[in-house]
Design a protein around this ligand. Sequence first.
Ligand SMILES: *Cc1c(COP(=O)(O)O)cnc(C)c1O
Length: 237
Amino acid sequence: MNKATIEKKINKVLNRISEAALNYDRDPNTIKLMAVSKTKPPEDIIFAYESGARDFGENYLQEAQHKITTLSDLPITWHFIGPIQSNKTRPIAEVFDWVHSVDRLKIAQRLSDQRPLELGPLQVCLQVNVSNEASKSGATLEEAETLAVAIDALPNIVLRGLMAIPEPSDEFKAQRTAFLKVRNLFEQIQHRIPHMDTLSMGMSQDLEAAIAEGATIVRIGTDIFGTRDRGVQASNV
Ligand SMILES: *Cc1c(COP(=O)(O)O)cnc(C)c1O
């Protein structure tokens, strides 16, 4: 895609974020835009960067490693948002700033053990399976609190909050209901882990509903970079 198109799309997304913030009494400065660049070339990331984006989300390790190396001159914050196999934790811990898709203790332990000390702690979110679909990754709502406390106790990672990918819905009300569940769980866990400050939720189709329910990071792919030809949807759908 060309630069003018990406710039226009980013501005449109930023306007949607501001408008939703206004509608739901939120400070727009507390909502961060993550541009999800999976399957898109480094050139598109440069265009988005030049349009003001600083946070980028990637799902596939090999593809991400190539982009991160190519773009190492840019002060980009890289977020890993895809499913994690335990044999891939080392490179993830070595090149990413954030990991949003931690859903079991073993993965968190490996990330903590393998995080290079000179990089400082890895910022992580616990992914929760809010729609309880067997095919999706994410901790169950029931196990989330115990898991969060165990993850937060690890030395080289900081638990920043929760991430969720609800089942897609065209209904604004249904979208809000799913995000409200995540928010309630977040507030419950915050009693035990007060430094948690991140709700990573909201994609192209449901960012307004996510902001209405307290999202602090929205993850936007399609509405910035266009549709993905591989037919790749949210990582674990
Ligand atoms: C692909 C993906 C997104 C972006 O989804 P869009 O609908 O293209 O905005 C967000 N989060 C995760 C985890 C993804 O895999």
